[in-house]
Design a protein around this ligand. Structure first.
Ligand code: ADP
Ligand code: ZN
Length: 751
């Protein structure tokens, strides 16, 4: 006799015991077999507990009695088949157990939302009357419970438990059940009744026509914008991937909005991805000004309940527009027609914890599965994506000019060597000070950018050379103005001592962070209204929004900040952007350091003078001749790309190879290194075409008391090699007892 057997990805902590997928097999009892399909949410026994999980495969097998039975089918149509497909893609491409990938697809806390639901059974007046008289012989709260249930028909157990002492209510419920008056079932709380997708897409479409800009302006796309929008619109319903390459302020967002309006009008759902949480409000505002549709946001800081509600409303097609960070990509949207990935080059599209997916790749895959159009937008596209566009694998759309005749800003590079030579030791060069004076006199606004928070990045005893380091990480502690030394990697804090703990000499605070810039600015312009935005001033909910609103509303003159302030922000009053130290990102130990520097400077420069007023950008550097800096000054992406791609070809970097990082961590450094060597040897022996670099220490080489070493693999083609490498790596993933190994396919950020 054959039985239905299902593979279930259980949604609690991933189970490695099952198989390499982390999934578990269960038998389906004949009476349930009609209710189970791919993607169903089921309740399964797991040890002594019960857990929820998603069906990821269905097989017919001859009877295997050792398998346990699925306890209940909670929701038959839960994850749509294409989302299971996405889970398989993520698991395969980024080498993680399927259960981990499927977990990323689930609404948060799916397990916790399970609850018993009680139903009242007797029907008709006679039945109810008979039941009530039966209840009068039962212990105390049974009467209340029965009345409550008979009135409503059904209720959640947590509601019923409020009718009296919990234990007594439970006893009453069991007694009612024993008399056949009620029954219960496990159910998924918060699941709306309507499970069918809205079929009336035409009706919904009518409301979605484009409306004029909420600011009163009516936008007419210019020729290049119109060309781009027309190409994208022509692909709606068929699918296709586009790169929308246009300088900052060229109207990329206007193109997205125009295509989104068209997609909505044709009954599709639309997804907007932005690199950072802080960019969501601005995008939502622009969407609301232009589109008539229910918009929902998805990001890591939403409460579980809110997120689950959005997830469900998108799944049934009620929410038609989603705006969010990379995790929003996993929101089920059955009528998905357009995915916009704004600022495509941003490193935050790569997730640094398992599943270590690249949201751009997954977006493209999802587009293929659902025939949705994918639009990647950037003023400084990542080298890999621009290369694909050059190869014709992605359609390239170009917006060569800033909209509305706004000119590109005037960029000046200040050579800090010359400043030093002339005996000027301030953080702000004379040129930058002069420009700020001009801005303040004209009543305009300035942004000062420095990608380092705190006061001084390190402290040094000039007498004996001692540098205070973190106790848990191999990094110098940063001095903060509140008199603390802080580790920016693990959060460790200690009081800053005035004297060197080793020799008693005086400690010098070296280098500059945003706090020091703020101090200097306040000293130079005591009357100016100054804001600072870095992780220390924006960590709490709402803080960044407040700074943003204050500055955008013209209630401050100078905004000093880190990365947060550089992306996609539109501050019309800003006519000056100062880059305090352009060299910071240039010296990261990573082949992408140049690309990142170029992107950063170009993006920062794009903040200056966006509409009527021409802008100025001052870049301070000790490396004025470096191409990443010089070409950013001219906003010359094409020249930069030409140099970059030549370098990558010469040295064998992506897109010419796939990089795979294997990171090893453990508390015994010798063991960590030995494990790295062992895996390096296994791979070298098995695959001579894969180049294995390392082991080399990570950066930092010790983090939170764990030593970190890495191997970098240069793989000639990932889709070809992943199936051969995965079996070699699988036994190490998730770790043996003392050493953990992580696999990062296509890593973007240094480790
Ligand atoms: P990007 O996304 O490329 O940085 P935006 O879409 O934000 O560019 O456009 C920059 C500014 O120019 C915005 O204020 C936008 O409303 C305006 N703009 C863009 N295109 C047009 C247009 N065709 N007509 C009028 N204003 C436009
Ligand atoms: Zn630390």
């Amino acid at each position: 006799m054959t039985n239905l057997v299902v593979e279930v990805a259980v949604s609690s902590t991933p189970v490695y015991a099952g198989n390499n997928d982390g999934t578990l097999s269960y038998r389906v009892a004949p009476e349930l077999s009609g209710q189970v399909q791919m993607g169903s949410l089921v309740l399964v026994p797991l040890g002594k507990r019960r857990a929820v999980g998603v069906v990821v495969a269905i097989k017919e097998r001859t009877d295997r009695t050792e398998l346990k039975d699925v306890a209940a089918v909670l929701v038959k149509e839960f994850l749509p088949p294409e989302m299971i497909e996405i889970g398989r893609y993520v698991a395969g491409r980024y080498v993680c157990p399927l259960a981990v990938a499927v977990n990323a697809l689930m609404p948060p806390a799916a397990g916790r939302r399970l609850e018993r639901r009680w139903c009242w059974l007797p029907s008709g007046e006679e039945g109810v009357n008979g039941a009530i008289s039966l209840v009068s012989c039962l212990p105390a709260p049974a009467g209340d419970v029965a009345e409550y249930l008979s009135r409503r028909g059904a209720a959640w157990e947590s509601q019923l438990l409020q009718l009296g002492p919990r234990r007594e209510v439970r006893a009453a419920l069991e007694a009612l059940k024993a008399h056949g008056l009620v029954r219960n079932e496990w159910s998924w709380r918060g699941m709306p009744k309507e499970r069918r997708l809205p079929t009336d897409v035409e009706g919904a479409a009518q409301a979605a026509a484009a409306k004029p800009d909420g600011t009163g302006r009516h936008i007419t796309l210019d020729a290049a914008q119109l060309r781009a929008a027309t190409s994208i619109n022509a692909a709606l319903g068929r699918g296709g991937t586009f790169l929308l390459y246009g300088v900052t302020g060229s109207g990329k967002t206007e193109v997205y909005l125009s295509c989104a309006a068209e997609a909505l009008a044709r009954g599709y759902q639309v997804m907007f991805l932005v690199p950072e949480h802080s960019l969501i409000p601005q995008m939502v505002t622009r969407i609301n000004q232009r589109l008539e549709a229910e918009v929902a946001v998805v990001h890591g800081e939403l409460a579980d309940g809110e997120r689950a509600a959005v997830w469900e409303r998108a799944r049934i097609g009620k929410v038609r527009v989603i705006v969010g960070t990379r995790a929003a990509l996993f929101t089920p949207m059955p009528r998905l027609g357009l995915i916009v990935v704004d600022e495509e080059h941003a490193g935050s599209y790569k997730q640094d914890t398992a599943p270590r997916y690249d949201a751009r790749e997954v977006a493209i895959k999802r587009g293929q599965l659902q025939r949705a159009v994918v639009v990647l937008g950037s003023a400084t596209p990542s080298t890999e994506i621009f290369y694909l566009a050059g190869q014709g694998k992605i359609h390239l759309l170009e917006l060569p000019q800033r909209a509305g005749n706004a000119g590109l800003p005037r960029v000046e590079i200040v050579d800090l060597r010359a400043e030093f030579h002339d005996g000027h030791h301030g953080i702000l060069s004379r040129r930058l000070v002069e420009e700020i004076n001009g801005v303040l006199t004209a009543g305009r606004q300035a942004i000062l950018f420095l990608n380092r928070r705190g006061y001084a990045p390190y402290v040094l005893c000039r007498q004996c050379g001692h540098v205070p380091l973190c106790r848990h990480c191999a990094v110098a502690l940063t001095y903060h103005r509140d008199g603390t030394l802080r580790c920016h990697y693990c959060g460790y804090i200690e009081r800053a001592e005035g004297k060197c703990p080793v020799c008693g000499g005086n400690l010098s605070r070296l280098g500059s962070g945003t706090q020091r810039v703020e101090e200097e600015v306040r000293a130079l312009w005591p009357g100016a209204r100054i804001l600072r935005a870095d992780r220390d001033t924006t960590a709490k909910k709402g803080q960044w929004e407040k700074i943003y609103r204050t500055f955008a509303g013209g209630e401050a003159d100078i905004l000093i900040g880190t990365q947060t302030i550089t992306k996609g922000m539109d501050f019309p009053g800003v006519t000056l952007v100062g880059v305090v130290n352009a060299d910071l990102s240039l010296y990261q130990p990573d082949f992408r350091a140049r690309e990142r520097t170029f992107q950063l400077l170009t993006q920062v420069a794009g903040r200056a003078g966006r509409r009527d007023a021409p802008g100025t950008v001052v870049i301070q550097t000790y490396n004025p001749q470096d191409p990443a800096i010089a070409l950013a000054a001219f906003q010359d992406y094409q020249r930069f790309y030409a140099q970059e791609i030549a370098m990558r070809r010469r040295l064998g970097y992506p897109p010419f190879v796939k990089l795979v990082r294997l990171g090893f961590t453990g508390s015994d450094e010798a063991e960590v290194i030995a494990a790295a060597h062992e895996v390096a040897e296994l791979i070298s022996n098995a695959e001579s075409n894969i180049q294995v670099l390392g082991p080399a220490p990570g950066y930092p080489s010790r983090l939170k008391d764990l030593y970190r070493w890495q191997l970098m693999l240069k793989v000639p083609g990932w889709s070809r090699y992943k199936n051969r490498l995965t079996p070699i790596l699988a036994p190490y993933i998730g770790g043996r007892r003392t050493i953990r190994m992580i696999v990062d396919v296509g890593p973007i950020n240094p480790w």
